[in-house]
Structures are given as C-alpha cells and as structure tokens.
Design a protein around this ligand. Sequence first.
Ligand code: PLP
Length: 294
Amino acid sequence: MTWRFALMIEPAASDDSRTDFSDTFTVVDPAAPALSVGELSTQRGDGIFESIGVVDGHAQEVIPHLERLAHSAGLCDLPAPHRLQWQQAVARAAAECPPGESVIKLILSRGIEHGPAPTAWVTATEAADFRAARTTGIRVVTLDRGLDSGAPDRAPWLLLGAKTLSYAVNMAAIREARRRGADDAIFVSSDGIVLEGPTSSVILRTGDRFATPAPGAGILHGTTQLSLFTRLEELGFETAYDSIPAARLQRVDAAWLVSSVRLAAPIRSIDDRPLAVDASLTADLNDYLLSPRD
Ligand code: PLP
C-alpha cells in the first residue's frame, strides 16, 4: 500500500519573526477529508504548488522550489510564503519519508470562498517509478500551445510563468500525446518557439552545447534544469538559454525532458524522428540528480 503523509499549515505573514513554526502545523489523516467545500483550489484551481523530489529522506533543492513558490505567489497576488515556515514544513514532511524516492507537494491556495486567509498544506508520498523513462527513454510529440510568444507579456493574467494548480490543460496535452502514440509532449508557441513539456523542462544537445528555452517566455524556470546545467558545466559542456525555433528540434543530437521527480528522461523520438539516447551521460545526470542537493 502506498504511504502518504499530510500536514496543514496556518500561513504566517512574511514578516513574522518567529524561528519555530511547529505550532502552525497540524498533521492530518491523509485518507480523511481535510478541505472545506468552499475551497477555491478545488472550485477554481486558484492556487499554486511545488513538487519536490526526496531521495532517502533528503528533500532536493528546497530553496529553489521555495523561491519559485514565492515567484508564483507574486504573479497570482497571493500572500508571500514565509520562507522559514515552509522550509520547516518541508523538513517535517521529509522526516516521514522512508528510504527510496518520495515526493513532497507544497500547496498554497487562495483559501475558502469569502474566507479571510489562504489555505496551505504539504503532502508526502511515494514517488512514481520513472526508472524505465530514465533509461529506455520516451517518445514525444510537439503540440501547439495555441498562444504566440508575445502572450506572456501582452496578457500577464494568463499566469503563464506561474506554477498554478490549474493543470487540466497540461494533463490534456499528455493525453493528446498518448493518443498520438507518444509518451509526452513539448509545447511550441503558435509562432513556432519551443517552450516546455506539460510537466517538465526541455534540454537540447547540439555537439557539446546544451540549450533550454529562456524561462522568460511564459514557461517555468525548472529547478532540475538549473541543477543539470551546473552538472553539465562541471563536465565541461557549454550551456545556454535560447529562443529555440521548433525546426531546430529536427536537428538536435539529443534531448531530455527533466523535472524534479522524473529527473532526466532521454527523448528517443520527436514527432517520429528517432533520436539517439546517450545512456552513459544520462546515467551520470540521473546519478547526480539522485545525490543529495541543496
Ligand atoms: N515546466 C512545467 C510546466 C512543470 O510542471 C515542471 C515541473 O513539474 C517543470 C517545468 C520542471 O520543473 P522542476 O524541474 O522544478 O520540477
């Protein structure tokens, strides 16, 4: 049976000077109802989240995730999360994680309709098994996101750079990819610029140069991609943030979809064009991602 842990958080104001937030946490039964029916996260998807990978009880890259949570909160006009409070909540959840791979989710919602405060909680559970994706690789198709690359600036209310709870579109894209015989998707803007996967960042290799779409373009700045660029630079490779035309996908030497729990999944075909999987580099990257990282 899958184990699960859940903690409700009473969100502290960002200038709260306490150093111990344990009395703002309530451990709840993860199998029992915990949210009000007036909760706006469930009614409207009005909230933000983060998924943090945990390896043998060590939560990976907590600060970059908390920085992105704060960035998403700013874009969504949600109160700034108190960094230390959330760090302590993550530590509390990580302490429950058994050996192996787990995932901690942080959720900050607008709260209850007409209610005074946001709702916040943290869960921990066993991670899905991505071993085959990390070794055999995945087939991807490109999908039009239906928005041009000017949309994030022209229409910031679309919240394109925030990690919001409204992931129904992202899940629909993965289902569409499966209908087309693939495992996952890469979103492309309607003017032909490579963006990201529905739940991942894209890294492309051409020779010894590794590029990813610049995070300003209405996509998330992936913590895994950031971490992998550090590793690739250690290995002597060049890394870059580019504006990448979709046509370049047909010329790259290798590509990966990367994210906190899946880690690095090598792409073995894009729109039916086969791509070589560099098994030893991919294994190195995944070993790095599985090592304790702060
Ligand atoms: N882009 C999107 C849309 C995502 O949902 C995710 C992760 O879930 C990522 C990128 C990768 O982010 P990270 O590496 O921080 O998990």
